[in-house]
Design a binder for this molecule. Structure first.
Ligand code: DX5
Ligand code: ZN
Length: 226
């Protein structure tokens, strides 16, 4: 039976930005564990989203940890800014970073939790040497850049491989999945070993509303545990 505690990280990419504070508060009251902030620069991914001012505005209105997912070409340039704005975790990509260890160690030196993300085409093995230094791995279950995409089932075996690696090398490292997570795909990802669910449209675009959607996803469990 799977006894891991699964955490829920609603992504505000799908929120109504005119009502952001309100919507984040609603997700928090309904049981969200942290808030996921997707930062895109139009270079690393073919889309633009938001920057540190959003983190700064959210910081006083929620007590939930803010995790910042940096999908940007030069994350090192912005670590200080996001840190000062009130981020609790900074997640950077393996792809395109020639000095990932330096970036991760800088995040730790800022007193923040460090995460490393990998895209669907990147193998689990690239995490092996950096895992000692990270608090969290994020396995992209869609190609980064947009919300509302379909979960890629082909990432499931990789999630299992990352889980095995974490259990062997750094058992307290968290394993987040991000992209296309809903009540159907969450149990698959949890079965494969994920213990943090990043979810945008399934929470903030849900027809049943944010509260009901957060509660439903919060209740998602490994099918093996039921
Ligand atoms: C994709 C982002 C995800 C995205 C998830 O590039 O990193 O966090 O917002 O959105 P959904 O849950 O709609 O796939
Ligand atoms: Zn994300």
């Amino acid at each position: 039976m799977d006894t891991r505690v699964v955490k829920l990280a609603p992504s505000i990419l799908a929120a109504d930005f005119a009502r952001l504070g309100e919507q984040v508060a609603e997700a928090g009251e309904a049981g969200a564990d942290r808030i996921h902030v997707d930062v895109m620069d139009g270079h690393f991914v073919p889309n633009l989203s938001m920057g540190a001012p959003i983190v700064r505005s959210l910081r006083p209105v929620t007590q939930l940890p803010l995790e910042v997912h940096l999908m940007i070409a030069n994350p090192d340039m912005f670590l200080d800014e996001f840190s000062e704005a009130g981020a609790d975790s900074l997640i950077v990509h393996w792809e395109g970073n020639n000095n990932l260890s330096r970036t991760v160690l800088r995040i730790k030196a800022l007193g923040k939790r460090a995460g490393v993300a990998i895209n669907p085409a990147s193998p689990a093995a690239v995490l092996e040497e950096i895992l000692h230094d990270v608090d969290q791995v994020l396995v992209m279950t869609v190609n980064p850049g947009f919300g509302h995409q379909h979960f890629l089932n082909t990432t499931l075996p990789k999630i299992r491989r990352v889980r095995q690696m974490i259990d062997r090398i750094k058992p307290d490292c968290q394993l987040e999945v991000d992209g296309g997570i809903d009540t159907v795909t969450a149990p698959l990802a949890i079965d494969a070993g994920a213990n943090v669910l990043g979810a945008g449209s399934a929470i903030f675009d849900a027809r049943e509303g944010i509260t009901a959607a957060t509660k439903r996803l919060r209740a998602a469990r490994s099918t093996a545990a039921n």
